[in-house]
Design a protein around this ligand. Structure first.
Ligand code: ADP
Ligand code: ZN
Length: 521
């Protein structure tokens, strides 16, 4: 097949390598192990495809993205590369055909679902052929600390024991320093060379707004800044995916739903329309998007809070793979915090698992509530340095930081009084009604207008109070409990109540237009 440069030109039709591709490829061609951290769109595939073509034998690619294997193989076949895959979606006959090709040395690349490697029959098959290398795609799936753990990946440590002379290259687009370490240890790659690219995606403008009427806010974004553009809208639940897609269509915006509750044929049809047609909006749960290579996705919008910074980074990373300006927009509110804390409480798994989920959520909340550059915070999370970017909402329209200690004390004492004096627990709505001195039926019924805190918070608006509750929850100075999301105090609350702790809060540049527009105005 020739040297890497020739393969790059003749097979893939590109003139030059990008970033560290050349170093990575030469290292693996030479038989070295590699761990590659590179953002989405950085060009990871060539890093194992070219060595597979240059080295003797078949490049074996382990990937969890079963639904995309056919597409990947088709794309390679179109370039004249001999590729096949083995996974559970095939009939035994289809599998036998691929196995025969492998044994006859008629393949350059073989894609495998990770669970295949757990089968002794697969191991015996691989032994009968020549393996050029192992590529472990989406390598963060081996990390239990990460956000996308797949137990099948743990078995991949056997690759090295079984085939010590075959080079291995593990690749991922998302890894904190801790995840990075864990990948290296679990895959037995501590002796591998590590290639870490910058995770910055300078063409993506990060924006996080406070959630009021999310669908209307989304519509405004699409109409004012992204008319006719292709994009992805992420929602937490299937129901909200359906509702949002229907709403956009009603408003004249071509949108399609995608979630795991739709049958396979519908999902495949919607995915392929999104990839092939211009200007479609995909409204989806996070079931959609991994491995999707559509260069001109102009925006990724989140109507609900992602569960982790890794998830947020990966999902927003699907915007702007072509390098053109793109928007990552997230609407986030009090209810998101309440809902996600409750989901963690209700989740299966042991205490350590719940602590992990809580730590992921806390990091995501800190990104939402920061008054610093979003990009600096995001990169810092992945252990990388950055300068204030001038291309995120906090850089473009800096939020005010204000001393919210007194409102925080008022709110916490309301929760304290309900608990101590009445032995009652209520949600945020009731606490805010009490502070605002609203004589709602629920307030009168429970005689909450008799509490000393009734009406002591009229200096702030309801939306401000929701911001106060949200920020206290985000910092664990207040907690929610149980089915109804009732408020309770935490260890940190006492410090605030005693006046031992100042609480600086973020004030949204409320209802301003898009950052860019307001700059020019
Ligand atoms: P990743 O897997 O890191 O998200 P891909 O391997 O899918 O990225 O590559 C992203 C896009 O960049 C693809 O369309 C790919 O063909 C293109 N690409 C990769 N390397 C190069 C290169 N050296 N020159 C030009 N285009 C490239
Ligand atoms: Zn910035």
């Amino acid at each position: 097949m020739g040297d890497p440069d020739t393969v790059l030109r003749r097979v893939f039709g590109y003139d030059t390598f990008r970033g560290e591709q050349r170093e990575i490829i030469e290292h693996v061609v030479g038989g070295g192990d590699a761990l590659v951290l590179m953002p989405t769109g950085g060009g990871k595939s060539l890093c194992y495809q070219i060595p597979s073509l240059v080295r003797d034998g078949v490049g074996v690619v382990v990937s969890p993205l079963i639904a995309l294997m056919q597409d990947q193989v088709d794309a390679l076949t179109a370039l004249g590369v001999r590729a096949g895959f083995l996974n559970s979606t095939q009939t035994p006959d289809e599998r036998r055909l691929v196995e025969a090709e492998y044994l006859a040395g008629e393949l350059d690349l073989l894609y495998l679902a990770p669970e295949r490697l757990g089968l002794e029959s697969t191991v015996r098959l691989l032994d009968k052929g020549t393996i050029a290398l192992f590529a472990i795609d989406e390598a963060h799936c081996v990390s239990q600390w990460g956000h996308d753990f797949r137990p099948d990946y743990l078995a991949l440590s056997m690759l090295h024991e079984r085939w010590p002379d075959v080079p291995r290259i593990a690749l991922t687009a998302t890894a904190t320093p801790a995840t990075h370490e864990e990948i290296a240890t679990r895959l037995d790659l501590t002796g591998a060379r590590h290639f870490v690219a910058s995770f910055d995606r300078p063409n993506i403008q990060y924006r996080i707004v406070s959630k009021a009427e999310p669908r209307r806010q989304l519509l405004e974004l699409l109409r004012t800044e992204h008319a006719g553009d292709a994009g992805i809208v992420y929602c937490l639940s299937r129901a909200s995916v359906e509702k949002t897609a229907a709403y956009l269509v009603e408003q004249g915006i071509p949108a399609l739903p995608y979630h795991a509750g739709l049958d396979g044929a519908t999902r495949a049809r919607h995915q392929s329309r999104f990839l092939r047609e211009d200007g479609l909006v995909m409204v989806a749960t996070i079931a959609f998007g991994m491995g999707i290579d559509k260069p001109d996705v102009r925006f990724v919008a989140h109507l609900d809070l992602p569960k982790s910074v890794e998830g947020y980074y990966q999902e927003t990373g699907r915007a702007g793979r072509d390098g053109q300006p793109s928007t990552a927009w997230l609407a986030y509110g009090l209810q998101d915090v309440v809902q996600q804390r409750k989901m963690i409480d209700d989740s299966d798994g042991d205490a350590a698992h719940r602590r992990r989920l809580a730590a992921h959520l806390d990091a995501m909340l800190a990104l939402c509530e920061t008054v610093e550059c979003r990009r600096v915070r995001l990169l810092a999370y992945f252990g990388q340095r950055g300068e204030p970017c001038g291309n995120c909402d906090t850089c473009l329209t800096p939020p005010e930081s204000w001393d919210g200690t007194v409102p925080a004390q008022k709110l916490l004492s309301t929760v304290l009084r309900l608990d101590r004096e009445r032995n009652q627990r209520f949600g945020a709505g009731q606490a805010i009604d009490i502070l605002l001195g609203k004589s709602t039926p629920k307030v009168t019924q429970h005689r909450h207008d008799q509490l000393t805190v009734f009406g002591i918070g009229t200096d702030l608006h309801e939306a401000d109070w929701r911001g106060v509750v949200r920020q206290l929850l985000a910092r664990d100075l207040l907690a929610v409990e149980g089915e109804y999301g009732t408020l309770t105090l935490t260890d940190g609350s006492a410090d605030v109540l005693r006046g031992n702790r100042t609480v600086m809060m973020r004030r949204e540049p409320e209802r301003r237009r898009a950052p860019k527009a307001s700059r020019r105005a």
